[in-house]
Design a protein around this ligand. Structure first.
Ligand code: IDP
Ligand code: MG
Length: 326
């Protein structure tokens, strides 16, 4: 399996297209193996685009790429470097086919919303430049066997892995009015390829992503996270499950977001959730309800602090801010 480096550029993030883009890679059958939301330094971007150093647009490109937040990702799949480039479309959006990301979502070559490695060699270098080995999450997509034709007995036996896993059991507005909440796509949501759909909904609502990382939390970490449920009969199983696979951990910001985020999630029990809510639309079972969201402002603060260090936050302003808030 090949890996490629994909990044939603600052223009893509500002335009609220992270979810839409991640959704397309998930839908294709590719597997996310690393992700983080960061504002890269200009120096970092100069290294990243070193092969373009002789180009007249090099300096501007590096300044631009370091001017705002980037969703940096490593995706894995068969022939993904070439296929990823097909998903992206041409460098120049005006030459990109409809159906491609750039063909559908942007118009200008200098604001083409996404980066994807162009050769296998560059992919390796870029993956190494952006991510440390400990930032990768190892898991297998349940649909793996339906996405990739098995080539050997070993490939067949790998199909049972996910089952074994289950068995194993702005700022004209005062910042004070802005609230943060901790949202996490649970392992079931990640394995079902729903990160993009969920992120898309928060972007579409007008909320702002301020921190994100793709990790497999430890059981100890989950026990701390769910400490208030320690007396519940499902506590141990819940913590085990939550640490059994990858989680897309995020902090979202917006007015009254804790309450509204819970509304977007729906009820804890998907069978009681309204259609239109995330759980109402996308899941069935209370023990596999795909998403976590803080339930009170106080818990939100604690959870944000438990999952993220201050240096993991990105500061920026959404361009649509004035049209989202009175
Ligand atoms: P919440 O996620 O909606 O905030 P909590 O009551 O905080 O709901 O419970 C945390 C998680 O524990 C739920 O999302 C769900 O996955 C799981 N859970 C809650 N109640 C039950 C239950 O009765 N059986 C199995 N799992 C449960
Ligand atoms: Mg809760």
């Amino acid at each position: 399996m090949e890996q490629t480096f994909i990044a939603v550029k600052p223009d893509g993030v500002m335009r609220g297209l992270c979810g839409e883009i991640i959704k397309r890679f998930e839908a294709k059958g590719f597997r996310l193996v690393a992700a983080k939301f960061i504002q890269p330094t200009e120096d970092h971007m100069k290294k990243h685009y070193l092969d373009l150093a002789a180009m007249p647009f090099y300096a501007g490109l590096c300044t631009y790429m370091s001017s705002g937040p980037i969703m940096a990702m490593v995706w894995e799949g068969m022939n993904i470097v070439a296929q990823g480039r097909l998903l992206l479309g041409e460098t120049d959006p005006s030459k990109s086919q409809p159906g491609s990301i750039r063909g559908d979502l942007c118009v200008n070559i200098g604001r083409n919303i996404i980066h994807g490695s162009d050769t296998a060699e560059n992919a390796k270098n870029e993956v190494g430049l952006w991510f440390k080995p400990e930032e990768f999450v190892t898991y297998q997509l349940p649909a793996h066997a339906f996405i990739n034709e098995p080539t050997s007995f070993l490939a067949f036996s790998a199909v049972s892995l996910p089952w074994m896993m289950f068995l194993r059991g702005d700022e004209d507005r005062s910042p004070a009015e802005m609230e943060q909440t901790f949202i996490a796509v649970k392992p079931d949501g990640v394995l079902r390829g729903l990160c993009g759909e969920i992120i898309r909904r928060f972007e579409a609502k007008g909320f702002k992503l301020v921190a994100a990382k793709f990790i497999q939390p430890t059981e100890d970490h989950m026990k701390k996270h769910y400490l208030d449920l320690a007396a519940m009969p499902f506590y141990a199983g819940l913590c085990k499950y939550m640490s059994s696979g990858p989680v897309m951990a995020m902090v979202w910001e917006g007015q009254n977001i804790v309450k509204m985020g819970r509304l977007m999630l729906g009820e804890t029990d998907p069978s009681k959730s309204q259609p239109g809510s995330i759980r109402g639309d996308l899941c069935i079972n209370i023990g596999r309800n795909i998403i976590h969201g803080s339930d009170t402002a106080e818990n939100a603060k604690n959870e944000v602090g438990l999952w993220f260090k201050p240096e993991e936050f990105v500061t920026y302003q959404l361009p649509a801010h004035a049209f989202i808030y009175e």
